[in-house]
Write a protein that binds this ligand. Structure first.
Ligand SMILES: [Zn+2]
Length: 294
């Protein structure tokens, strides 16, 4: 931030009336003039408002040695769009949805810099709005950066459709703190490993050589092993697990082979796997997996 100087590029107080004010912030009653980056748009706001909503301005005006007077123009580093959004929040004016992560992050940065708890709380709520749900890793990053536990937890759940090992997510993952990154990796891994453990335990067959309970013919469980492998691979790709239940177990060749598998004794032909019961137990296993970071 910079105060008005003798620099001829900056307007003098005498010409305050002719500045290009933002239409929502142009009242001559407001005694502080703030310029956006590059000084193309100006905002008039009452000093009482600034001191009430911003720790930064409160401190600035309280400094005994401060040379700031209400006639000064303050040149801020933020562009007009950021200031418009920020000042709308603090002045009780309507404001639009925040449509992009870049805008959200710029607003958070500015609200934190000017120590404005009101805008911070509005921005915190906007983390969970549908307008911003296209990149949950970046939202999770913002939530964890400000230690917003509830939002961080909800947003960690929204990353579950993603394969975080995919290169396309590397840039978003780099914005996370080490703790936040570890928590996310652990959640994704625990879901995969939890389901694997479940599929390796009763009532599922162990996979060891066995005999048909009806005719004692030796049987093997190759088809089940292949289906298990496909399920775990799918959990790596999409730890939410929804595609296993909704699509995989109905359409995968490994699933079809499993549901067809029968005792090799022509006189027996007992089916080795109960399809509906197997699907029910897999669904139950997935529903019990951890859903959010701790
Ligand atoms: Zn048999």
């Amino acid at each position: 931030m910079q105060l008005e100087s003798d620099d001829e590029n900056y307007p003098r107080s005498s010409s305050l009336l002719s500045l290009n004010y933002h239409p929502d912030f142009s009242s001559p009653d407001a005694n502080v003039v703030l310029a956006a980056k590059d000084a193309k748009v100006y905002f008039r706001i009452h000093s009482h408002t600034l001191k009430t909503v911003s720790g930064f301005f409160r401190t600035m005006y309280s400094l005994p040695q401060s040379k700031v007077t209400f006639a000064d123009i303050m040149y801020l580093d933020e562009d007009a769009e950021i200031l418009e959004r920020l000042f709308s929040m603090v002045c009780g004016l309507p404001f639009h949805d925040i449509e992009s992560h870049d805008l959200l992050e710029s607003l958070l940065f500015a609200a934190e810099k000017y120590d404005m708890p009101g805008p911070m709380s509005i921005l915190r709520m906007s983390l969970l709005t549908p307008a911003l749900d296209s990149d949950p890793i970046r939202l999770y990053s913002s939530a964890t950066r400000y230690n917003w536990k509830r939002e961080g937890s909800i947003l960690s759940n929204r990353t579950l459709p993603l394969n975080i090992h995919d290169k396309k997510h590397q840039n978003a993952l780099r914005t996370l703190s080490t703790d936040a990154l570890l928590d996310l990796i652990t959640l994704h891994r625990d879901r995969r490993e939890g389901l694997k453990e479940c599929l390796d335990s009763p009532p599922f067959v162990s996979g060891d050589p066995s005999r048909c309970i009806q005719c004692e013919t030796p049987i093997n469980y190759t088809t089940w092993r292949e289906l298990k492998h496909r399920i775990i691979t799918e959990m790596d790709q999409r730890p939410l697990g929804d595609t296993i239940l909704d699509i995989g177990l109905c359409t995968w060749p490994e699933a079809a082979a499993c549901w067809r598998a029968a005792c090799s004794n022509e006189g027996c032909k007992r089916l080795l796997y109960d399809r509906s019961e197997t699907m029910r137990v897999i669904r139950e296993c997935i529903e019990k997996l951890p859903k959010t970071i701790n």
